[in-house]
Design a protein around this ligand. Structure first.
Ligand code: ADP
Ligand code: MG
Length: 579
């Protein structure tokens, strides 16, 4: 929690204002009983109507002043707290944007969402409370006691008895409540995880008829959260009546014993009433302190979770002095690259060396899990290599700024992702100032024109969340067009053509040729027909290079490759292609 207080910095002057207002409010509250005592003693007791009016007017003014302070104080403290939490949310979001894929592998998306929304709200609620009471309650406690004693020392034993009892009750409740708060956030995480899984996996849940099972899973998590919430709320709810009982008992005791003292002439009537009011204020302040002690641990649990995210150091960072790439445009080179995923026993890629140059098509083929996607993900530096080097335009990727590096690359991921917005918005994603013509042209090359023009509003048609209103193949083609709009130096197509039928695949690649004449093209593929006329084919097997060369060369020298070919093409086709 303390660490999050740095987000209050921009609000320093408002904070001072809030504190001054809180002091004003407290002062008014503490002054009123004094005035009342005066009215009773000097006005009512002596039948002095003038005095009653005069002091009464002052009382009304003080009361109005106190209320104003309270209202304005709450207004600004809410502003401070919400502003602070807005800054925290922005910081979390920015932090997460800078995460490399490694960090996403360690914190779940569901948890990141809970932390950005629910946890920040907890902090916000407590901040409002703290800002309003942190000053008021302690001042009321201390000054209230002094003023009460000033009215009458003889009744003070009632406070001496009541305060420890109240404190004891509070402590017992606290000890029971704190562990529940921490458990509550964890259960909430679980609930969000299940919800998230179900929403993103809704098709699978339906297809496998697992609705019942999922409902059960959700019910369980839901019940867990509810059980804890009920226990927490019962505790807070039981606290209120007990406290009120204590406060009322004190009032009775004060009037009872006060009357005896008034009767004996040891105490003035007004002093007794003032004492009564001070006692109530003191015990209420104690109650507020108790509430604060309950809320703070709860926010503390959330603050810790927020700090975990804020303190995560992204593994991939820009170098201090990024190097500019030389003139070569789009040259990619792997030098003895080895890479393993976090916690994996075997490297996903071992000793990969090759180079891909502009104007040439480099194809990567291999079975599923052979490391093709891993290889191309290393080029935009989504992950850092364990050993070896990756050079783009003659500069090691770790020595370039990520922005400069990625600006060179048109990346079409294996799993196409579109954003909510129109087709045009999606195509412009990599180049905001692209003209209509550029968009049309890219769509044409990507063989997407035909189906886009058939959509109800053509290029202005909306893509729904997650791209659910276009088919897998259409999504792929839009994703290809999006990369084409960028006119990058390096094209990476990660298994992008498998979702297309053979005819579209061939048409698309033919159209691409004209488009990518000066660029380096890397095509990951499963189908031999996709790679057959590439300038260079890299065959991957279990993260190692099994062979590099053209189709003809590999047919002679690489068993793995000829194995893949013979499993896909008939003998006559092989003969034709090799001839
Ligand atoms: P391909 O694209 O050739 O089908 P991948 O490059 O996706 O294969 O995967 C290569 C290997 O790395 C697989 O064994 C896979 O299980 C593993 N792998 C892929 N992504 C991750 C990840 N994020 N964390 C851990 N292991 C991964
Ligand atoms: Mg893959």
């Amino acid at each position: 929690m303390i660490k999050l207080l740095r987000f209050l910095n921009p609000y320093r002057s408002l904070l001072v204002l809030v504190l001054v207002l809180a002091i004003g409010q407290t002062a008014a509250n503490l002054y009123l009983p004094n005035l009342m005592s005066d009215i009773v003693n000097n006005g009512i007791a002596k039948f002095d109507t003038n005095y009653i009016w005069r002091t009464g007017r002052i009382m009304v003014l003080v009361a109005i002043g106190g209320t104003l302070c309270a209202v304005v104080g709450i207004y600004y403290s809410s502003q401070v707290a919400t502003g602070m939490v807005k800054a925290i949310r922005a910081r979390i979001f920015n932090k997460v944007q800078g995460f490399s894929l490694h960090e996403f592998d360690t914190v779940s998306t569901a948890s990141l969402i809970t932390r950005t929304t629910n946890d920040t709200t907890q902090v916000q609620q407590v901040m409002v409370m703290i800002l309003n009471m942190l000053i008021t309650a302690p001042i009321t406690l201390v000054v209230g006691i002094i003023l009460a004693l000033n009215q009458d020392v003889g009744l003070s034993w009632i406070l001496v008895v009541m305060m420890p009892v109240l404190v004891a009750i509070i402590i017992v409740l606290l000890i029971k409540a704190i562990p529940l708060f921490t458990a509550m956030q964890a259960k909430l995480d679980k609930l969000n995880l299940i919800l998230d899984e179900n929403l993103t996996g809704v098709r699978v849940v339906r297809a496998f008829n697992r609705e019942k099972h999922e409902e059960q899973r959700f019910d369980e998590a839901n019940r867990d959260v509810t059980d804890i919430a009920i226990r927490v709320n019962q505790m807070i709810a039981s606290m209120m009546p007990v406290m009120m009982l204590m406060i009322n008992l004190s009032s009775v005791a004060i009037i009872w014993f006060g009357s005896l003292r008034v009767d004996a002439g040891k105490l003035q009537m007004g002093a007794m009433f003032a004492f009564l009011q001070y006692a109530t204020q003191i015990l209420f302040a104690l109650l507020m302190v108790a509430l604060m002690f309950i809320m703070i641990p709860r926010a503390e649990a959330s603050a810790t979770r927020i700090n975990e995210v804020l303190e995560m150091e992204p593994e991939i960072r820009d170098p201090e002095e990024p190097r500019q790439a030389t003139q070569q445009r789009g040259y990619v080179e792997f030098q003895d690259v080895t890479f393993s995923y976090l916690g994996a026993e075997q490297p996903a890629l071992s000793n990969i060396s090759f180079s891909a140059s502009p104007g040439k098509v480099t194809a990567i083929i291999g079975g599923t899990g052979s490391g093709k996607s891993t290889l191309v993900n290393l080029i935009p530096r989504f992950y850092d290599v364990d050993s070896g080097k990756i050079l783009v335009d003659g500069v090691e990727t770790r020595e370039m700024s990520q922005e400069q590096l990625r600006a060179k690359i048109g990346f079409v991921p294996q799993k196409a992702v579109l954003f909510t917005g129109s087709v045009n918005d999606n195509l412009r994603y990599g180049k905001e100032d692209a003209s209509e013509d550029e968009l049309r042209h890219a769509a044409e090359v990507a063989q997407a024109n035909e189906f886009i023009t058939k959509m109800p509003e053509g290029f202005d048609s909306m893509i729904s969340q997650g791209g659910t209103n276009v088919s897998g193949g259409q999504m792929q083609r839009l994703s290809i067009a999006r990369a084409l709009v960028r006119k990058p130096e390096i094209y990476v197509f990660d298994d992008t053509f498998s979702a297309l039928d053979f005819k579209t695949d061939a048409k698309l690649r033919a159209a691409l040729k004209g488009e990518t004449r000066e660029s380096t093209v890397l095509i990951v593929a499963q189908r031999v027909s996709t790679v057959i006329d590439a300038d260079q084919i890299i065959v991957l097997e279990q993260g190692r290079v099994a062979g590099i060369g053209t189709h003809r060369e590999l047919m002679k020298t690489c068993d793995v490759y000829s194995g893949i070919v013979s499993s896909q093409l008939s003998a006559t086709e092989i003969a034709e292609e090799t001839a």
